[in-house]
Design a protein around this ligand. Structure first.
Ligand code: UGA
Length: 456
């Protein structure tokens, strides 16, 4: 690990008062949060995106997504005048540090990453770079991408450098994860100390607060991100595989996970069994990592990632099967109430949401599926217009043959089973996230079912 420098910007880097002038290209979840947090750290930031609607919202101080704490920092940064928003990439010309924060979605069935937006952003930024500027990649990319971009800058001799600085923020705690991350990783070209010094100025407050900083080559930095996500996905699928074993033996996966987590080498993070992972990152990243390993001829070593993906898909199928069993084996015409649409609590994101995936499976078998969610109803409606939506749990549960808890919003654990018992047609609840107080639900007359837990 390299020691941070004093916080003085290297010459040629444009200063704005105490901070730097920074552009953030791509204002999706990652970019918007990053831009606003950089402004809160005292830098002058311009957020740039091709999506005029998104830029319009941000410029008015309105968050384009639900993220706890983001509205406040956005309003503060907008009010301070330290962050501006535009669709005009030429605005980057006044800045000397440029973060690339565009998305890298899954390409197709091959599982590879689509780098179109990275290349488009880089190409559009390139004419506005000046000698001494630093381009910093934050997008999650296949290992080798940063090296190609660095080589291009050096071939074109524009005098700008390139570093890779992956992001580890989680949706639902994005602001906290950005201003107090577990670690900062700087990937730099061999012998490039200047880029690390510039990043030290960008993150001076974080370093002063003791956030550890690791300097590596570009390839390692790219891999830290995907390897971390692959590890988290593996932990989740591991405990879900154990849940299957619990179902086969009468063991309880909740107690198992709790006991395993007490070993500090294992830890409790990403060890909650249930419906498995979804969202825009873990699934896409394990597939892209496997695809890259195939390209590099080392796929044999990463075959476990295929199992991780398969086990995860199995969790969704098991949830559908438990609903089917609760309805006597045939879902046609049955009423299913679904609690949760977001891929995880604290978010309105429904991309690859396990909850919506299960809801769609049941709908495809003829069930009338009514979904509720505290924050994600609008996004869910857009993605799955064929489902029925209700404003709250009670409305969703009306005359239901089975109630499914699919996203572990804390408010669902507070639901009163006695009240809901009066609303439903049949009192069976499938608690795929192990959120409910099983004895209390049973005492209220419910047939309580949960993957990996003994049935009473
Ligand atoms: C994930 C990583 O946790 C971040 O570190 C990373 O920066 C981010 O991807 C990214 O690449 O941008 P995120 O997708 O926001 O963050 O969500 P997680 O909290 O990791 O949850 C992912 C999924 O796993 C959710 O569907 C969640 O319900 C599920 N999960 C999580 C479990 O099934 N069990 C657990 O124990 C934890």
């Amino acid at each position: 690990m390299h020691r941070p420098s004093s916080g003085t910007a290297p010459t040629g880097v444009t200063r704005a008062g105490a901070g730097l002038r920074i552009s953030v290209v791509g204002c999706g979840y990652l970019g918007a949060v990053h831009a606003v947090c950089l402004a809160s750290l005292g830098h002058e930031v311009v957020g740039i995106d091709v999506d005029a609607e998104r830029i319009g919202l941000l410029a008015r101080g309105t968050a384009p997504f639900h993220e706890p704490g983001f509205d406040e920092v956005l309003r503060e940064a907008t009010g301070s005048g330290r962050v501006g928003w535009t669709t005009d990439i030429a605005a980057a010309a006044t800045c000397s540090v440029h973060f690339l924060c565009v998305g890298t979605p899954q390409l197709d069935a091959s599982g590879g990453a689509d780098l179109r937006f990275v290349h488009q952003a880089f190409d559009s930024l390139r004419p506005h770079l000046s000698p001494g500027d630093l381009v910093v990649g934050k997008s999650t990319v296949p290992v080798g991408t940063a090296g190609e971009l660095a080589e291009r800058l050096s071939r074109e001799a524009c005098g700008a450098g390139l570093a890779w600085n992956p992001e580890f923020l989680r949706e639902g705690c994005a602001v906290q994860d950005t201003v107090r991350p577990d670690r900062l990783v700087y990937g730099v070209c061999e012998g490039d100390e200047r880029s690390a010094r510039i990043l030290d100025v960008v993150y001076a407050d974080l370093l002063a607060a003791g956030v550890p900083r690791i300097v590596s080559n570009l390839e390692t930095a790219e891999l830290v991100k995907v390897a971390s996500n692959a590890f988290l996905a593996t932990k989740i699928s591991f405990i879900n595989a154990m849940a299957t074993l619990c179902d086969a033996t009468g063991a309880d996966v909740v107690a198992l996970s709790d006991a395993m987590a007490r070993d500090p080498r294992i830890g409790s993070g990403s060890l909650a069994a249930g419906l498995g992972f979804g969202g825009s990152c873990l699934g896409k990243d394990i597939r892209a990592l496997y695809h890259r390993a195939e390209e590099l001829g080392v796929a044999d070593s990463l075959g476990l990632l295929r199992d991780v993906d398969r086990i995860n898909q199995g969790c969704r199928e098991l949830a559908a099967e438990l609903a089917r069993q609760a309805c006597g084996g045939d879902l046609d015409g049955r009423r299913v109430a679904v609690l949760g649409a977001a891929f995880k609590p604290g978010s309105d994101d429904v991309r690859d949401s396990p909850a919506l995936a299960v809801a769609q499976m049941l709908h495809a078998e003829g069930a009338v599926v009514t979904v509720t969610d505290p924050k994600a109803l609008d996004n869910a409606r857009k993605q799955c217009p064929q489902l029925v939506y209700a404003d709250d749990a009670e409305a969703a549960a009306l005359d239901a043959d089975v109630l499914l808890l699919l996203t572990d919003w804390p408010e669902y654990s507070l639901l009163d089973p006695t009240v809901l018992a009066r609303t439903v047609r049949r009192k069976t609840v499938v608690d795929t996230r192990h959120s409910l107080d099983a004895p209390a639900w049973r005492a209220a007359g419910w047939n309580y079912v949960a993957p990996g837990r003994p049935h009473a």
